[in-house]
Design a protein around this ligand. Structure first.
Ligand code: FES
Length: 76
């Protein structure tokens, strides 16, 4: 699913960036797109960063689904 329409990156791209070592919202944008344009995707990217941190802390990968992403997927 597309996360950022301005730069055309997906949730898979964000997860790859996180798995590749990005540890913050800013790091994800630097890796994928330099910086946000309109900023509408920032809450979703922040959610995925927090989800990734929580998963790493629990040692369970992506065990906690991002609520916004899960809702979007359930309505698609
Ligand atoms: S949707 Fe990502 S910067 Fe606009």
């Amino acid at each position: 699913m597309y996360v950022c329409l301005c730069h055309g990156f997906t949730d898979g791209d964000v997860r790859k960036a996180l798995d590749g070592g990005c540890r913050s919202v800013a790091a994800v944008y630097r890796h994928l797109a330099d910086r946000p344009q309109c900023g509408k995707c920032v809450p979703d990217v922040r959610c995925m960063v927090n989800e990734h941190r929580a998963g790493n802390a629990a040692g369970a990968g992506h065990a906690m689904p991002c609520a916004a992403m899960a809702q979007a997927e359930s309505t698609a």
